[in-house]
Design a binder for this molecule. Structure first.
Ligand SMILES: Cc1cc2nc3c(=O)[nH]c(=O)nc-3n(C[C@H](O)[C@H](O)[C@H](O)COP(=O)(O)OP(=O)(O)OC[C@H]3O[C@@H](n4cnc5c(N)ncnc54)[C@H](O)[C@@H]3O)c2cc1C
Length: 398
């Protein structure tokens, strides 16, 4: 391992991979370290992503796509299902990825572009000198080495520690961590072309339960509930087991994963001198859907672009790197996170009766664009009273 790079990236998920690929393509020397022995495993994700969102970063490839989606369903607490599709999108609206292969492909592309990649290598502390971040101490199989870099990109996911070690407050309030469990199930009766979301305080308090198809009779069946609702007898797993017993009594569980998803607002500031935070480490998951793959790739790529400009100018100060922070907040992604945060806060306070009313208001929607914003606009049309309840927020949606 070399001891000096232009860019050191911590974490080999979609955020780190896109940062590494972009920085290497720009001719920078790049080191990406991943603490796990293999990129992409174990998967901690339901693997859903929109078709257009994915296409911004990589052309689709059947090698890492488990299933193509043509629509979605939202099931109200009383069991009524609203179906969503988009004839405008040519019938295909999204994918369920195979992230074990997908994440590996992204890192592979970064390596092909020239990045050095080290797995089973953990960043264990920052190197601080003359009051500034100079790099990180990396642990590999019992030995430690120091790697310095002009800029460190922390892409270390939801469990991110690097930002905190450098003085950034990355704490997520307990109520804004979704406690999640997911089974990969086979031998179950599903609609193989639609992602289904189940809502309700009895099903998934302050969260939702999902069935994301991975084939004709296989799916990721998972749940995320608010950390503050989780307790003895009411853990995410308890809710999921109850659902599975009722809905898929003969299904077989071939994999079980647990994880946390932050559904808080993004960090107040995602840069410091010589440091940038991207993806889940920056808390840029969509607070309404819990989706973070796109946002991770978007921030990873943008951070590397800004880093390259700043390296060329010889200024890696917080002030210079702030371009990244400002740009992602002003982007469609940043605005959508802010809006969806308020909608999530509104929805989690609603009783089941209200959720039933909202979902019953439309039984089938053909969306021009298959996005949460278009869906919300349609629901507002069907429930004009919500405009009053949402107050100032409604203006930003129309
Ligand atoms: C149950 C569940 C379901 C989800 N479903 C979806 C979904 O359907 N669609 C969607 O868009 N999003 C989903 N998400 C969110 C999505 O998985 C994340 O937003 C996405 O993976 C974020 O990418 P990332 O690169 O920021 O972080 P990660 O993918 O978490 O990658 C971070 C990497 O950093 C490594 N790392 C951490 N610390 C260190 C260290 N000190 N040194 C070296 N390496 C380190 C970790 O091992 C990890 O590999 C889901 C999440 C969960 C938990």
């Amino acid at each position: 391992m070399k001891s000096k790079y232009d860019v050191l990236i911590i974490g080999g998920g979609p955020a780190g991979a896109l940062a590494a690929r972009t920085a290497a393509q720009k001719g920078l020397s790049v080191c990406l370290v991943e603490k796990r022995p293999a990129i992409g495993a174990p998967v901690r994700c339901a693997e859903g992503i929109g078709k257009e969102a994915l296409a911004e970063f990589i052309p689709p490839n059947p090698r890492w796509i488990s299933a193509e989606m043509t629509g979605a369903g939202i099931v109200a607490p009383d069991g009524f299902e609203m179906t969503l599709e988009s004839s405008m999108a040519g019938g295909k609206v999204g994918y369920i990825l195979d992230r074990k292969v997908f994440d590996r492909e992204l890192v592979w592309q970064a390596a092909d572009a020239g990045a050095d990649v080290y797995v089973k290598t953990r960043a264990s502390s920052p190197i601080m000198s003359e009051g500034r971040l100079k790099g990180a101490v990396l642990d590999y199989c019992g030995s430690s080495s120091k790697v310095t870099a002009d800029v460190v990109i922390a892409a270390d996911g939801v469990e991110s520690k690097f930002g905190k070690w450098c003085g950034i407050d990355t704490t997520v309030p307990v109520r804004e961590i979704m406690s999640s469990v997911q089974y990969v199930m086979t031998d179950i009766d599903i609609n193989p072309g639609a992602t289904i979301f189940y809502l309700g305080n009895e099903v998934a308090p302050e969260g939702y339960l999902w069935v994301f198809p991975k084939g004709k009779r296989a799916a990721n069946v998972g749940i995320g509930i608010s950390g503050r609702k989780s307790g003895k007898g009411h853990r995410a797993k308890d809710y999921l087991d109850k659902f599975v017993k009722q809905k898929f009594p003969h299904g077989k569980t071939i994999e079980c994963i647990v994880g946390g998803v932050s559904v808080c607002r993004p960090l107040e500031c995602t840069v410091a001198d010589h440091l940038m935070l991207v993806g889940d480490a920056a808390r840029v998951v969509d607070p309404l859907t819990g989706g973070g793959i796109y946002n991770a790739m978007y921030t990873g790529k943008l951070a590397a672009e800004v880093a390259a400009d700043c390296i060329a100018k010889g200024d890696l100060s917080k002030k210079a790197l702030m371009i990244y922070d400002r740009e992602w907040r002003a982007s469609k992604m940043g605005k959508s996170i802010e809006r969806n945060y308020h909608i999530k806060e509104y929805l989690i306070k609603q009783p089941d009766e209200k959720l039933n009313t909202i979902i019953h208001s439309v039984s089938k929607l053909d969306l021009k664009e298959f996005s949460t914003l278009t869906l919300i606009k349609e629901l507002l049309k069907a429930n004009p009273k919500l405009l009053v309840e949402l107050g100032a927020l409604a203006a930003s949606i129309r």
